[in-house]
Design a protein. Structure first.
Length: 136
């Protein structure tokens, strides 16, 4: 006789808060001359950060956003691109019991530039997250 083993029912993640920034241009108009080629579509990445002992703050959210951007940039460099021309993101804070999770969906339009790259800026509108308790 075979016993059926039931999966333990887990509670679903509850959405606590969400912030979204649609893709915006990250280049100044004078930087357009150095463009060699641009990918025809956007590249997206989803990054999950789990917190078991504390509630994430705005600083944690901003750091997660920076990390997600860095990972997406690394991903496109393996395909021959060296810059993200447009960037946008969506950050969702989730809760299940005492546990919290940050989910970052980062979007960028990869491109390749010749010469010296412009200085790397912060993700667009990251100040929405820094120093604010948007999820409390």
């Amino acid at each position: 006789m075979k016993w059926l083993q039931r999966r333990r029912r887990e509670d679903p993640w509850e959405v606590v808060g969400c912030e979204t920034v649609n893709p915006v241009s990250m280049l100044d108009s004078e930087d357009d001359d150095d463009l060699i080629y641009v990918h025809e579509g956007d590249t997206c990445g989803r990054y999950i950060f789990d917190f078991t002992k504390q509630v994430p703050s705005g600083v944690h959210c901003a750091s997660a956003l920076q990390f997600a951007r860095q990972q997406l940039l690394q991903q496109v460099t393996t395909k021959g691109y060296n810059i993200l021309l447009e960037e946008g993101w969506s950050l969702t804070l989730l809760r299940r019991g005492e546990r919290h999770r940050i989910q970052v969906d980062y979007t960028g339009r990869p491109g390749c530039m010749s010469g010296k790259l412009p200085p790397l800026r912060a993700p667009p509108f990251v100040a929405l997250l820094e120093g604010k308790h948007i999820f409390s």
